[in-house]
Design a protein around this ligand. Structure first.
Ligand code: ATP
Ligand code: MG
Length: 393
């Protein structure tokens, strides 16, 4: 008996004439990831993708786990595959399903017959399969309204599939189907979540991390690289730019009014990000800001940093509470790393009284004390790019 993965696409189906592009991108991602787990064949037909092991050495559990993080898939199930005959289906039901039904009290059978030449219709087939299950496990009861487990039999183009229990996929859209954006990635909780959320909409990431060595440490940078690797299980591999803000911060401290340090620094960050985004063909910038969370995230403060970018700035966490952001962070596995206590360039030289309602004229006057463009160019010259990969890409 052969087992494989069946993946359903969800929202992709809505994509009219672009659908092929979405499907191709999704299959390409799956083929790429599958390489790490053995020799798999990835095929699609009738809004379903099959991921089929080609030999004994394939790690189906590993591939299942990796597939559950691929955006664009709404549901995954492990499924047995057999011939489209009643004998073969019965044999498969007897051999494959007991492991899923053990310990359950109620079930129902749902059948789908896209091959209309199969002699039984969906209702008749469900009746047959239900009868086989009850003869094997007489303690079970059929409950069509609220079953503990749904057994599914699908009669498709070339084969029949028997499975029980669908798992939720990562949802969203396949990476690369909605352009590319530059994520400002700090070592905190919010920005990895923001990156995950925008990637879920099909956006390929490029990322930039600002450091301020020696005020921030090697370990702080290494933590950000680890965070990026965790994200890459969802986002796929991406480039992480590491840019030094040391000189900018030293100049700000020497020349500008303390209350404006953070805002000015954020204007520099945005201006540098804008240049990197253009150079790497990104169509937008992404940050982890949440309205009102800290002084630099009031509407007025965001208003003085936004104009530094000529691209749209996406803030997927803008309307989320910290608790909600943490929930996502735990789900994607970045939380434990995010809370490791390393300094960030935003936390060195922080003003005692940061401005929450800054006036643009005053910000501009403070900014004019330094050669803004020259400092931006100098920071850009420090850009070092690291390719972020997970174990499977
Ligand atoms: P986070 O948890 O993401 O660090 P935060 O609540 O600490 O967010 P800030 O430090 O004000 O907020 O940063 C707001 C956003 O600015 C971050 O979400 C991130 O997108 C960006 N940012 C902050 N520091 C850095 C940095 N060192 N490098 C790159 N981006 C940064
Ligand atoms: Mg931060």
């Amino acid at each position: 008996m052969k087992e494989l993965l069946l993946c359903k696409y969800g929202e992709l189906i809505l994509k009219g004439s672009n659908r092929r592009f979405f499907e191709d991108t999704l299959c390409k991602t799956l083929r790429f990831r599958a390489k790490h787990y053995g020799s798999f064949e990835v095929n699609r037909s009738q809004s379903t993708i099959t991921i089929e092991p080609k030999d004994e050495n394939c790690d189906l559990d590993g591939m299942f786990e990796a597939t559950s993080k691929v955006f664009g898939i709404s549901a995954i199930s492990r499924s047995a595959v057999c011939e489209k005959t009643m004998e073969s289906i019965e044999e498969t039901v007897r051999e494959y399903l007991p492991q899923f039904l053990a310990g359950k009290k109620t079930f129902k059978v749902a059948c789908k017959r896209s091959d209309k030449t199969f002699p039984l219709d969906s209702i008749e087939l469900a009746g047959e399969v239900g009868g086989i299950i009850l003869s094997m496990m007489p303690h079970l009861k059929v409950d069509v309204h609220n079953p503990e487990i749904v057994v599914q039999v699908e009669i498709r183009e070339f084969n029949a599939f028997v499975h029980a229990g669908q798992f939720k996929g990562a949802g969203g859209m396949p990476i690369g189907t909605n352009g590319k954006a530059l994520l400002l990635l700090s070592g905190g909780i919010d920005s990895p979540v923001a990156g995950y959320m925008i990637a879920k909409r099909g956006v390929q990431l490029e990322a930039v991390h600002f450091e301020s060595f020696p005020y921030t440490s090697e370990l702080a940078r290494e933590k950000v690289v680890r965070l990026a690797r965790i994200m890459a299980a969802y986002t796929g591999s991406f480039n992480l730019h590491i840019v030094s803000l040391t000189h900018i911060q030293e100049e700000l401290v020497k020349n500008c009014e303390e209350d404006y340090f953070t805002l000015l620094l954020r204007r520099y960050m945005m201006a540098i990000a804008d240049k990197i985004a253009h150079a790497t063909e990104c169509g937008g910038i992404v940050t982890g800001e949440s309205l009102g969370q800290v002084a630099s995230q009031t509407m007025q403060a965001l208003g003085v940093t936004d104009p530094m970018s000529s691209l749209p700035v996406f803030r997927p966490c803008i309307g989320l509470d910290k608790e909600e952001i943490i929930t996502v962070s735990r789900k994607i596995g970045t939380f434990e790393t995010s809370i490791e206590p390393y300094e960030d360039c935003c936390t060195v030289f922080t003003p005692r009284h940061p401005m929450t309602k800054p006036k643009l004229e005053k910000v501009l006057a403070e900014q004019a004390r330094l050669d803004f463009d020259a400092l931006v160019e100098e920071a850009l010259a420090s850009d070092k790019v690291e390719r972020i990969r997970t174990e499977f890409n």
